[in-house]
Design a protein around this ligand. Structure first.
Ligand code: NAD
Length: 284
């Protein structure tokens, strides 16, 4: 059997960004500003590097990026005051808050506070709820990325058996709901699911977001399946160096699957592209 077609997240993201650059131009021509306001509380070097990369990604498509930095010692009140100000500023059309927040700050309360129409990460429970109702909303970026990648294969989702491994609020659950909206038959599994392999072996579409390296091996994947790997795991590779892998045993599974997304270069870059797309949608 031929090897799986690789779903190239970087190439798909580049196409999305080209289209976004045109949409941003159009908005600017009509005198609309397109900007993303990000809040970073404390944060290590990694968080700052992430914010720098986000700024570059925004600027590349013409989106203005404003980073609002608060010290590690910031209180709940301080962070709430920042969100309040951004919610009330008509020039601000998109807000995101970098995670994790320091332990004295209640992340759920902060996310719930973000104006629903500016919540470009789709973390406000109202936006997640709107997905269930099938209403237009700002959908969590990683879940959107997963759907775009499945759709890029050209397979019809309707009527397919889909298994979502991992059921977090920000990834696994929204992916399962979006697949239900697309009329797949959906099974959601978690770390307590017994005999998970009997379910994955019947999956035409297999999405894994568990954060467990090598969880999905070739023997538990149906021949020809679409396999989307959301996992990001830092491990020590065979050469003794640190590397990033997903949840899927990529080399073995690509010999069985019909389509497969790699890590890195799969869901990650598409997630960034979806954040930009949500930012443009919010401005529009
Ligand atoms: P989480 O820890 O909040 O949730 C993990 C889920 O996986 C839980 O439902 C848990 O029950 C389930 N799980 C754990 N072990 C399992 C097992 N052995 N079998 C079946 N289910 C199992 O994690 P999260 O925030 O959803 O992230 C999941 C993974 O996706 C992580 O590796 C994370 O780094 C990655 N991630 C990637 C992106 C991206 O843009 N590519 C975005 C978000 C998260």
């Amino acid at each position: 059997m031929a090897e799986a077609t690789i779903i190239d997240g970087r190439a798909l993201a580049a196409k999305v960004k080209d289209i976004l650059a045109v949409r941003v131009e159009g908005l600017k021509d009509r005198g609309k500003c397109v900007r993303l306001d990000a809040v970073l509380v404390g944060g290590d070097q990694g968080a700052h590097l992430y914010a720098d990369n986000q700024e570059k990604a925004c600027n590349a498509v013409g989106i203005e990026y404003n980073l609002h930095e608060l010290p590690d010692s910031a209180t709940q009140k301080d962070v709430m005051a920042t969100i309040d100000e951004l919610n009330g500023n008509p020039m601000v059309t998109a807000i995101m808050v970098h995670m994790p927040l320091p332990e004295q700050v209640d992340a759920d309360a902060i996310q719930t506070m973000i104006d629903v129409d500016k919540d470009v990460e789709g973390v406000n429970p109202a936006n997640i709820g709107n997905i269930v109702f099938g209403r237009r909303s700002l959908v969590p970026c990683t879940a959107l990325a997963v759907m775009e990648m499945i759709e890029s294969t050209g397979i019809e989702i309707r009527g397919k058996q889909a298994v979502c491994v991992g059921a977090s609020t920000i990834v696994g659950k929204p992916v399962a709901v979006l697949l239900m909206q697309a009329e797949a038959t959906v099974i959601s599994t978690n770390e307590h699911t017994p005999n998970q392999e009997t379910l994955t072996r019947n999956a035409d579409i297999l999405v894994t977001a568990a954060g467990v390296p090598n969880l999905v091996t070739a023997d538990i994947v149906q021949e020809g399946a679409v396999v989307i790997d959301v996992g990001i795991n830092r491990i020590v590779g065979e050469d003794g160096k640190k590397c990033t892998v997903g949840d899927v045993d990529f080399e073995a599974v690509k010999k069985v699957a019909g389509f497969i997304s790699p890590v890195p270069g799969g869901v990650g870059p598409m997630t960034v592209a979806m954040l930009l797309r949500n930012t443009v949608q919010a401005a529009e």
